[in-house]
Design a protein around this ligand. Sequence first.
Ligand code: RTP
Ligand code: MG
Length: 144
Amino acid sequence: DDKHNMAVERTLSIIKPDGVEKNKIGNILARFESAGLRIAALKMAHLSRAEAEGFYYVHKARPFFGELTEFMSRGPVVISVLEGADAVAKNRELMGATDPAKAAPGTIRKDLATSVGENTVHGSDSAENAAWEIAYFFAGSELT
Ligand code: RTP
Ligand code: MG
């Protein structure tokens, strides 16, 4: 039904170290707000290697795991919780494809990212994973 299809959801977003290095924090957060997503929690952090490994644990066996976790811990990131109708899918749409070369025009990755490895943003890929990812970084009292 319509209610189900337009469920109010939360999703976890990370502006990766390359996005912060390029001074694109405001640019990216403005895209979320313009698309109707509300920023329900927000912080900057410089992840340790272990924190990055824990977050991307699901990719532990992949060949790019070392590169990915080294990159994610090389500088500060901006971690936020986005809330709104279909927030998980809406954020993925705003981000574009994992490979910036394949991302649609007007998406964050097409406009700002340089490679698959340094693709500027992370977004949860399901509501279930979003709940786990939000709890990984935020205490309940930090969510508004
Ligand atoms: P993310 O989790 O960061 O939002 O990205 P995603 O869902 O679009 O892509 P995923 O398959 O979950 O991969 C996680 C991140 O790993 C890096 N990656 N590198 N070198 C490679 O072939 C490769 N493949 C993936 C990317 O930074 C990707 O965002
Ligand atoms: Mg992913």
